[in-house]
Design a binder for this molecule. Structure first.
Ligand code: NAD
Ligand code: UDP
Ligand code: UDP
Length: 320
């Protein structure tokens, strides 16, 4: 007999997924963490192994999965451009086949299911900030398309299972998120800049650094995802979850240099193809429907993230 809620988290050994595992265990749930360890690691959840309500399973969501659960957070998918472009076909398969399998599972066991979608569904947006009603400006055949279009197709599948099979769905459009347990080599801007600053290496600004992003600390993000899962069935999303404070990439670099006290110099590198110029979530819906908004300021979140990478690099004797 199961008294606690049984929650499946795909991609649970990744950056965001590992915090989700932690928070849901704290809230009393039984957590099944499923991951193929493509970008995630056992280390991210090693502190949870041995917990009586935690189970870790190696599995690729492109293949069917038969388990009994009440809720599913579908987080499995490489998220950094370097990782998702490493094997782009596998990236699309993970989003599309993964969504089909998890939706099939949710349908069989009547579970509620949440999809980790992304601000990338807006592509290089011509509307700013981006509300959920905006359909986006996505290149279907470029190097980022495996991720963007894979996630867009996953959203389509979620809404078709909702309309066709009356599934209880929740779609979260996650904006740039950062924090401890980001992969140090995954090429994302926050981890790159912090690692470069701590190692005294040059800080690589792509383009002139005037493009913008809005960075959400992982604790805020995870709180938002759990709030969305807890909304009434009538709330399906898509709902933007992110921090509306917008910064240029240059401002981010300056903050990192300041907080680390690094002597690193800024250098400029070519802007990758299809790199969005600007990005900022309109979170009116999240405020209204989830009663949620982020509370961690960029500099506070960066300080915690720097402390994590500082310890990680010291451990690996990689610090200058
Ligand atoms: P991450 O790379 O740290 O985590 C992804 C996890 O999924 C990893 O543990 C990886 O091993 C696992 N995975 C990948 N392919 C898999 C497969 N086929 N089967 C099973 N597991 C698989 O990335 P993250 O930043 O924690 O992102 C988590 C989710 O949130 C992703 O779906 C991502 O698209 C979404 N998201 C993240 C951000 C962000 O800024 N971090 C922004 C928008 C959306
Ligand atoms: N599926 C799964 N676990 C389940 C039920 C289904 O992985 O508990 C997979 C199944 O392999 C199928 C997919 O989910 O390919 C979609 O399932 P659905 O029932 O929607 O479609 P069908 O089985 O009719 O193709
Ligand atoms: N970026 C950068 N230097 C780096 C890594 C990234 O200037 O070392 C830029 C990148 O071109 C983009 C922004 O920072 O404009 C955010 O990149 P990231 O890969 O973190 O996320 P995404 O582009 O998916 O939002």
């Amino acid at each position: 007999m199961h008294l606690e809620k049984r929650v499946l988290i795909t991609g649970g050994a990744g950056f965001i997924g590992s915090f989700l595992c932690e928070r849901l265990l704290e809230a009393g749930a039984t957590v099944l963490c499923v991951d193929n360890f493509f970008t995630g690691t056992r280390m991210n959840v090693s502190h949870l192994i041995g917990h009586p309500r935690f189970e870790l399973m190696r599995h690729d969501v492109c293949f069917p999965l038969y388990v009994e659960v009440d809720e599913i957070y579908n987080m499995a998918c490489p998220a950094s451009p370097v990782h998702y472009q490493f094997d782009p076909v596998q990236t699309t398969k993970t989003s599309v086949h993964g969504a089909i399998n998890m939706l099939g599972l949710a349908k069989r066991v009547k579970a509620k299911i949440l999809q980790a979608s992304t601000s990338e569904v807006y592509g290089d947006p011509v509307i700013h900030p981006q509300p959920e009603e905006y359909w986006g400006n996505v290149n279907p055949i470029g190097p980022r398309s495996c991720y963007d279009e894979g996630k867009r197709c996953a959203e389509t599948l979620f809404f078709d299972y909702y309309r066709q099979h009356a599934l209880r769905i929740k779609v979260a459009r996650i904006f740039n998120t950062y924090g401890p347990r980001m992969h140090p080599n995954d090429g994302r801007v926050v981890s790159n800049f912090i690692v470069q600053a701590l190692k005294g290496e040059e800080i690589t600004l792509y383009g002139d650094g005037s493009q913008t992003r809005s960075f959400c600390y992982v604790d805020d993000l995870v709180r938002g995802l759990i709030s969305l899962m807890e909304t009434p069935d009538s709330v399906t999303g898509p709902i933007n979850i992110g921090n509306p404070s917008e910064f240029t990439i240059r401002q981010l670099a300056e903050n990192v240099i300041d907080l680390t006290g690094s002597k690193s110099k800024l250098v400029f590198r070519p802007l990758p193809q299809d790199d969005p110029r600007q990005r900022q979530p309109d979170i009116t819906k999240a405020r209204d429907l989830l009663k949620w908004e982020p509370s961690v300021e960029l500099r506070d979140g960066l300080s915690k993230t720097i402390a994590y990478f500082d310890a990680l690099l010291a451990d690996r004797n990689m610090k200058v």
